[in-house]
Write a protein that binds this ligand. Sequence first.
Ligand SMILES: Nc1ncnc2c1ncn2[C@@H]1O[C@H](COP(=O)(O)OP(=O)(O)OP(=O)(O)O)[C@@H](O)[C@H]1O
Ligand SMILES: [Mg+2]
Length: 506
Amino acid sequence: MAYIIEMLDITKDFPGIRANDAVTLQVEKGSIHALLGENGAGKSTLMSILFGLYQPDGGTIRVRGEAVTVHDPNVANALGIGMVHQHFKLVHNFTVTENIVLGLEPTRGPLLDLAMAGSKVAQLSKLYGLDVDPNAKIEDITVGMQQRVEILKMLYRDAEILIFDEPTAVLTPQEIRELMDIMRRLVNEGKTILLITHKLKEIKEVADTCTVLRRGRLIGTVPVADTSEAKMAEMMVGREVNFKVDKGPAKPGDVVLSIKDLCVKNAKGLMGVKNLSLDVREGEILGLCGIDGNGQTELIQALTGLAPIESGTVSIRGTDITKLPVRQRLDRGLGHIPEDRHRHGLILDFRLDENLVIHTYGKPPYSRYGILDFEAIKKNADRLIDEFDVRSGQGAATPARSMSGGNQQKAIVAREIDRSPDAFVVAQPTRGLDVGAIEYIHKRLVAERDKGKAILLASLELDEILDVSDRIAVIYGGEIVGVVDAKNTNENELGLMMSGSVRKAG
Ligand SMILES: Nc1ncnc2c1ncn2[C@@H]1O[C@H](COP(=O)(O)OP(=O)(O)OP(=O)(O)O)[C@@H](O)[C@H]1O
Ligand SMILES: [Mg+2]
């Protein structure tokens, strides 16, 4: 068997943790090879080693049968290896073409170069059905398009082996379908794809082979066609995973979070949320679903104090919070899991334990008379790390920046759920989490509900909305076009409402 990539017995140590422990990965040319594993299992580390971002502490890498040392990403490029990171590295006020040629040595005059580059970009875009405008500015195109620019960047450099680290985490369902098609076209043209994803459905749909890691170790490599989703989940977590959320019927009480006639402007200065009214009661989870870009981000930012409200009111148990700053809203019983974990969730240069008291460090038991009690802060962190299974090299003292993506997310969710807010605004809570962690977070949200909390859950994952919510509100064009009982609806009906074709009061 001719393998295009072989990573043999790869070991990598970080402070306090062996991220890869003698891992072997062999990839066939022209295949889509998935990499699956719990948060912190070592997937990104292994791919970063292949791409030359880290040097392994042990093991061998062979590319097309030849042993190689990938000193840095330039060596990877020369070997035909490209990588799309989860957080894109594009310059926003540059055009698509300018971004693609960035870092390449110009061979002729810069003007001529750009024109030639532009036509090569257009050709590649056409060949792989990417539909990217070479002259568009990055800031004017969607996240899905930006990802295609990253793909083009690899293709422009003649990459043959394409690494995708959780490419679908930031995409809408429609964009995910399109990306799957693009991946199929890429392998049809002879490319090889390495795909990190937590979504078993996606693995089933496009991958040929799946390698499973757990806690830095190789568990096994299986052919996808002969392996069920349940089996892959079990390999990854080491136990059976319950995909359905166990919950009794909701017992909704008084209105806690009340939104009346809310109007909020979007980034373009237009009305992103229009006269929106919604009540969330104690003891219920109200799901908010819609196609990305229909006002959900503006709504959530307005509720949590991150964006100004044009008109209308927001109140918690009758107290008007419409004009209050973020901190005072939190003091009135509002909680928030933000959708952008790097912008609004964590301070990456701080330690994990510091991040876990970011809203509360000024109060007892974490500080008294203005003096921080590091013992109490550490104790809090140790408890949350244990409860939410947050994995990292140095426990409470780990710098947030060095944690795996999913463990960063778990830390935010742990901090916010633990505050047990009366009115809880939750956005994309399980983005980037493994199936075991998703199961746990859903359980905790339902437990909050059963304590009588009011939860507004915004998610682009329809399965999550359908499984976790009691009622579901659909947002379209900045308006609520329907509120339905979660037990009496389905993906189809929601889809029709999300596209604005059907309205329904409930
Ligand atoms: N630069 C770094 N410095 C220190 N520790 C690191 C660094 N990068 C990763 N780690 C640690 O190595 C382990 C593996 O991390 P990695 O990012 O590879 O996990 P992952 O499988 O990609 O997880 P996720 O699904 O959450 O993205 C984690 O415990 C992480 O804290
Ligand atoms: Mg990762």
